[in-house]
Ligand binder design. Structure first.
Ligand SMILES: [Zn+2]
Length: 92
């Protein structure tokens, strides 16, 4: 179970707030359902920190670590780092 997509919802008693919350959920679904499905199909992580906000992350970035030759800066005293090609990151 992916707990990052669970959104705690409080019981709202005010009918106007309930209506607005339902409207917000529908707009959120309309705006993001297709994008979320496409991101998940590509293996990306999808986080929903709040309604109408998404954070997409490619887990391939987990395979990168800081380049030891340049300490993650991408450059050395001699110029462009050849170990990481200037990115500061290498595959672990
Ligand atoms: Zn480097």
């Amino acid at each position: 179970m992916d707990v990052s997509n669970l959104i705690a919802e409080r019981a709202v008693r005010n009918p106007l707030f309930r209506l607005l919350a339902a409207l917000l959920r529908r707009i959120d679904a309309w705006a993001f359902d297709a994008l979320d499905a496409r991101a998940r199909a590509q293996g990306w992580q999808v986080r929903r920190p709040a309604p109408l906000i998404r954070v997409y992350r490619n887990p391939d970035f987990d395979t990168l670590t800081r380049c030891l030759a340049c300490a993650g800066e991408g450059v050395t005293a001699r110029g462009h780092c050849h170990a990481c090609l200037g990115s500061g990151r290498v595959r672990s």
